[in-house]
Design a protein around this ligand. Sequence first.
Ligand code: ADE
Ligand code: ZN
Length: 350
Amino acid sequence: LQISPFISSLPKVELHIHIEGTLRPPLRWTLAQRNNIPLQFKDQTYKTYEELLESYQVTYNHRPELGGRKDVPTFLEAYFAGCEVLLQEEDFYDLAMDYLKRCQEMKVRYVEPFFDIQAHTRRGVAAEAVLNGYLRAQREGAERYGVKSQWIFCFLRDEPVEDGEAVYETALPWATCNGGYGLFHAVGLASNAYERPPILFKNAFARARADGLHLTTHCDFGQKDTHEHIRQAIFDVGVERIDHGLDALDRDELVEGLRTRGIGLTLCPHAYHRRTATEALFPKLRQLLDKGVKYCVNSDDPVYMHDVWIDGNQEKAYNYGGLSKAEMVQLGRNAVDMCWADEEVKKSIY
Ligand code: ADE
Ligand code: ZN
């Protein structure tokens, strides 16, 4: 995917990226050596760097009737397998610094990365190692690369709610509120949404709101019960943004809810394009504009999605969505508008 000079030149704000989805193979290899961890997935061991690279050919699902393969990991399985090399504070720091450096190369000026702390604590990693590693990178990344960041704590929605609430309690001193260290300013929901509607986390969200944090949730494109999940997110939980949420287009009451409450969508076109025909997908970007739904273009998990980053996603929206240069600039402004940075930071971006 070639990035045009126009897309390259745009200053960018990234609002939908999972930090663990930016762990590039060279760093994963280095961390495996450093921590003496075998690189593996189920019964397969990746003994050489080339074998590791092949493991990134993930499948969308395991069901052949849906075009999936049984012999390779699903995207989420590969993502969590990648996490296994992250053990020490230094590892989380290195991961985040590697990403913030990548941001500088793409002219990303400000980013709100998601982090899946439970993906690490459930493996026995100390919450402090994760939080301090990311905190140090937040500070040094801003200095060294000029990339500011405010992070988003994600509950793993397919784990018990109480587990997430307990980790949240541990992490709270690292939040922006109550004179905390200032790493994260919001909470969200990630991982497998199957039979895990946002309403299950209603109390956890209410608690975070009471603590002064912002709220968002994933409602991935084309998932089971997606319309009901979006409805709950808008009307029952009261989130401020929705991650994906493209299926809202199918229902007038959802479009109206997004519009009247000013809820923006953080879209990741390439994530949908992996499993949706161009003609079925990209007209939706125009339809959202026509209906007055605010959205911005983001990347999700670049390393596990064919190495397509925010610039590649914008390139796809520009080329396949038939958007004008002025409209692409407007989508960039939308991201500034939708982000939860302080006003001075917002002013410094665009
Ligand atoms: N966690 C990390 N990446 C994710 C994605 N794309 N969807 C759901 N959960 C995730
Ligand atoms: Zn995501």
